[in-house]
Design a protein around this ligand. Structure first.
Ligand SMILES: NC(=O)c1ccc[n+]([C@@H]2O[C@H](COP(=O)([O-])OP(=O)(O)OC[C@H]3O[C@@H](n4cnc5c(N)ncnc54)[C@H](O)[C@@H]3O)[C@@H](O)[C@H]2O)c1
Length: 358
């Protein structure tokens, strides 16, 4: 039985494509403090079908009309990466807070423009870096903050699996497609180097920043063999600790995101499952204080829902942000751009000097 709070964030969801169908509509209906107030898509077939299934109060074809609705508090943007910032900017200019799917945007400059617009209006902008809401990762983040002490080393990996679609096809409802869906010019998914960095490394880099700390510079190599792409990335953290990231797509093995962290007073290791299992990661934190490993269990691991609840709490109650904010989104994009530039140049790239797109 779904329990709802008396105060609910009235949410409008832009985009009735696969990510809204397999995550956001359901998450919005189950989130304790969210009302699925409206949905919007230019594609009539998708819009009508999703309205029938999910029963929002209102259905819009035109985004501008949804933004003009005074009953809507906030917008979730679930569309192609290339549209994120222009549409988030429109929302902010209409006075709405926004949860934007990851990555925040595709160029650093457009993201900076969004930050300026949101900050000027004191609006919340969060990014759909849902791993932050995985209970194991949240537990690790708290341990790192409160007990790890001075960081020494950080390793993280993100391996997509060659068997991923067998698993996800079994776990997700069959998404309804539409020939009239609005898509970016060309096919952004055709350039695999760029697409994998934007879509997969965005999670890896956000988890790294959350658990490892702010990234100062990266040096990355890319090996392409038998249809697999392996990014091998050295990381220099602002705190001086050492880091290494491995993004491999696809591995001939299971999907896995994971990390190992060593610090002055402890260590952390974690193994994160394919998010569609909605299963908490297995994270163990060792503290020299009690010489014991600690592991969290029993928390809600439906990250698409808890991410929305966190976003709503932030707007309704002014709670401290647990989700990725606009600064996190910009820093993550800087890291993605730096990885791409470093692969081309073979040299270290400072994040502070990054410009442009991946
Ligand atoms: N967090 C995660 O784990 C996760 C997983 C998968 C995808 N994603 C993200 O989701 C996004 C892609 O979502 P998708 O695959 O559903 O996209 P999609 O392009 O397939 O569908 C988007 C829908 O939005 C509609 N739309 C676009 N612009 C519009 C506008 N201006 N007005 C009205 N309707 C508009 C389109 O018609 C389309 O139906 C990407 O940013 C991706 O990174 C996140």
């Amino acid at each position: 039985m779904i329990q709802k709070d008396p105060d609910q964030l009235r949410l409008g969801i832009l985009g009735c494509g696969p990510i809204s169908q397999i995550a956001h509509f359901d998450a919005a209906k189950k989130a304790r403090n969210v009302e699925l107030h409206a949905i919007c898509d230019l594609a009539e077939d998708l819009r009508e079908r999703m309205a029938l299934i999910h029963q929002p109060k209102k259905v819009y074809r035109e985004y501008a009309e949804m933004l003009a609705d005074p009953d809507i508090d906030a917008i979730l943007i679930g569309v192609a990466d290339q549209f994120h910032v222009p549409l988030a900017l429109e929302a902010v200019k209409a006075g709405k807070s926004v949860l934007v799917e990851k990555p925040l945007g595709v160029t650093i400059e457009e993201c900076l423009e969004l930050r300026a617009a949101a900050n000027a209006r004191l609006l919340v902008v969060q990014i759909g870096s849902n791993r932050r809401f995985d209970p194991g990762i949240a537990f690790a983040a708290k341990f790192v903050r409160e007990e790890l002490g001075t960081p020494l080393s950080f390793k993280a990996w993100y391996w997509d699996s060659i068997y991923r679609y067998t698993m996800t096809d079994n776990l997700q409802p069959i998404p309804t497609q539409s020939a009239s869906a609005r898509r970016p010019e060309g096919n952004p998914k055709a350039d695999k180097r760029r697409y994998f960095i934007l879509t997969h490394a965005s999670h890896l880099v956000d988890t790294t920043r959350l658990l490892g700390g702010p990234i100062a510079a990266v040096r990355a190599r890319l090996l392409e063999r038998f249809g697999a792409y392996c990014w091998w990335i050295d990381v220099e953290f602002e705190h001086g600790g050492l880091g290494h990231l491995d993004l491999t797509i696809p591995v001939r093995g299971d999907f896995e995101e994971g990390f190992q962290i060593h610090g002055e007073f402890g260590s952390v290791q974690g193994k994160v499952y394919l998010p569609w299992f909605h299963k908490s990661s297995v994270v163990e934190c060792f503290s020299t204080k009690d010489r014991q490993y600690r592991r969290v269990i029993g928390e809600d691991a439906y990250t698409y829902k808890t991410q929305l609840e966190g976003f709503a709490d932030c707007i309704l109650k002014g709670s401290t942000q647990h989700g990725a904010n606009v600064d996190d989104g910009i820093a993550a994009l800087r890291a993605l751009v730096a990885i791409a530039r470093s692969v081309e140049s073979g040299t270290w790239v400072n994040l502070a000097q990054t410009t442009g797109a991946v």
